[in-house]
Design a protein around this ligand. Structure first.
Ligand SMILES: C[S@@+](CC[C@H](N)C(=O)[O-])C[C@H]1O[C@@H](n2cnc3c(N)ncnc32)[C@H](O)[C@@H]1O
Length: 145
């Protein structure tokens, strides 16, 4: 049994790791030249604005008409849809990435929203971010696939 800590094991692998990560072109996955994002519970649109700056196409969904209107005013979104995250009006696999930034914990049916996010993300991914103090159960929130 290897009794070393994970940090010690990382130290032992430092040069191998650096050789791998520094291989030219290795981090092509970080380029994210263009992705179709769904910003679930987009609020007034701060995530969309940041993503647009990076060249992505972002669709926003929110159930608050006032916040959806503010998001629309940012001009950052390809489209803003007033809808319940647990009943999304999109076809399966419509997006490359579904982002739920600080929003799942504020939804009445978070499990339904995650199910819908998985459906519209298809083979892509869901990224969920929640505050550490969220009162709701975080076990229901998952990263897919
Ligand atoms: C804490 S705010 C986060 C907004 C934005 N993502 C941000 O980080 O600024 C939570 C958002 O979830 C939205 N929301 C709550 N329930 C929702 C639902 N069922 N479907 C869609 N959006 C919902 C709220 O209207 C609100 O804009």
């Amino acid at each position: 049994m290897d009794e070393r800590s994970l940090a010690e094991k990382w130290e032992a692998q430092a040069s191998t790791w650096a050789c791998w990560t520094r291989t030219p072109g290795h981090d092509h996955q970080f380029a994210y030249n263009w992705m179709a994002f769904l910003d679930l519970g987009c609020g007034e649109g701060r995530a969309g604005a940041a993503l647009k700056q990076r060249g992505h196409r972002v669709t926003g969904v929110d159930l608050s008409p006032s916040l959806a209107r503010l998001a629309e005013e940012t001009g950052a979104y390809h489209d803003i849809v007033l809808a319940d995250a647990a009943a999304l009006p999109f076809e399966d696999a419509s997006f490359d990435l579904v982002l739920a930034f600080m929003s799942l914990q504020d939804m009445d049916d978070a499990a339904g929203a995650v199910r819908e996010a998985a459906r519209v993300a298809g083979a892509a991914a869901i990224s969920a971010s929640v505050p550490a103090h969220a009162a709701t159960s975080l076990e229901r929130i998952c990263f897919l696939p």
